[in-house]
Write a protein that binds this ligand. Structure first.
Ligand code: CUA
Length: 356
């Protein structure tokens, strides 16, 4: 091919350079990276990183050696007018060489396999005495149940810092995958089966995650969030979660909101402890328990409000948009368009804000 000729689909000579530059610049941003799996915040995620980096560097060395040898061969023995090098000596059946290229990769693979398999087994099962939390995957949100205390919540998993936590996971419908990159690896939630995931946060903090298995139309709207706190704060959180819902002041807008909740389709799926206490078996579909809805700061599969540090106003605005038409934000949502009026939505937002 003539040097100046380019295929018709090739945008420009500089396009690949520009693309590479963009990719490199993309890694320089000083943005928060809530899903950065290299920024481990606990011993379990750290074990995975400790495994990743040696394997990565071994792969880099092998890549450079193999590609280097390839480039040298291509360059030295390329076709040149008049200056063709003689064909190099051909080797056939060199026992020493064959032994070498069998033994060396075997040793490298064995060297990688031993720590890999050890780590896999160590992280596979929860140690005894770990704090259990049940994780149930739904299309498209995570439910958390605490068997020790009886707390039931959704979207935000609260754990005490410096504590070995054992997530006992299953799914209510299809395959999901629970992934909190800064705390642990990925693990499937399988309908009809129980899988375990170890979690351990060293410090109080917020850790974002995401469902890591395509699970239907709104898979992209299925986030997970873990909040770790001191033991004292955690105990206070448990005590608060066990209280029945706050009662709105008589004659307030929030009270109107409670009436909208009780009169509408909401009670077909949602429970607010002390307000409606249906037999869970009679609910149409499983939906988040709303008793302490406002204490979670996020909703709709932990995707609203958007952004990492939303304000209370952002929360209320997002809630208005959500109540107006849930499937618009979360396509396929089991929470349907309910045809609520603006006044009903305002009342519901006022009421839900009291459910701390
Ligand atoms: Cu659940 Cu993807």
């Amino acid at each position: 091919m003539n040097r100046r000729e380019r295929p018709a689909w090739w945008p420009s000579k500089r396009a690949p350079v520009a693309l590479l530059g963009l990719l490199l610049l993309g890694s320089c941003g000083r943005v928060e990276q809530p899903l950065n799996s290299f920024d481990s915040q606990g011993p379990i995620a750290e074990r995975i990183n400790d495994l990743f980096w040696p394997v990565f560097w071994i792969a880099v060395v092998i890549f450079v050696l193999v590609q280097g040898a390839l480039l040298v061969a291509v360059f030295l023995f390329r076709e040149r007018k008049g200056k063709q090098r003689p064909e190099p000596k051909q080797l056939k059946g060199n026992t020493r060489l064959e032994l070498l290229w069998t033994v060396v990769p075997t040793l490298i693979l064995a060297g990688i396999a031993v720590p890999t398999v050890t780590t896999l087994f160590e992280l596979a099962d929860c140690p005894r005495g770990a704090m259990e939390i049940e994780v149930i995957g739904h299309q498209w949100w995570f439910e958390y149940r605490y068997p020790d205390s009886g707390v039931v919540t959704a979207n935000v998993m609260v754990i005490p810092e410096d504590t070995e936590v054992c997530a006992k996971m299953t799914s209510d419908d299809v395959l999901h995958n629970f992934w909190i990159p800064k705390l642990a690896g990925k693990r499937y939630l399988v309908p009809g089966q129980e899988t375990e995931q170890r979690l351990y946060a060293e410090e109080p903090g917020e850790y974002w995650g995401h469902c890591a298995e395509f699970c239907g139309l709104s898979h992209a709207r299925m986030r997970a969030r873990v909040v770790s706190m001191t033991q004292g704060d955690f105990d206070a959180w448990v005590d608060n979660q066990l209280l029945p819902a706050a009662t709105p002041d008589a004659g307030s807008v929030a009270e109107e909101g409670m009436e909208v909740f009780l009169a509408g389709a909401c009670i077909g799926c949602h429970i607010i402890d002390g307000v409606n206490n249906p037999d869970p078996a009679t609910l149409t579909v499983a939906a988040p328990d709303l008793t302490h809805f406002a204490s979670r700061h996020v909703f709709a599969g932990a995707t609203l409000p958007t952004g990492l540090n939303p304000t209370r106003t952002d929360w209320e605005e997002s809630l208005r948009l959500w109540l107006n038409d849930p499937p618009e934000w979360k396509p396929g949502s089991f929470m349907q368009y309910l045809g609520l009026t603006a006044d009903e939505i305002d009342a519901l937002v006022a009421y839900l804000s009291t459910l701390e």
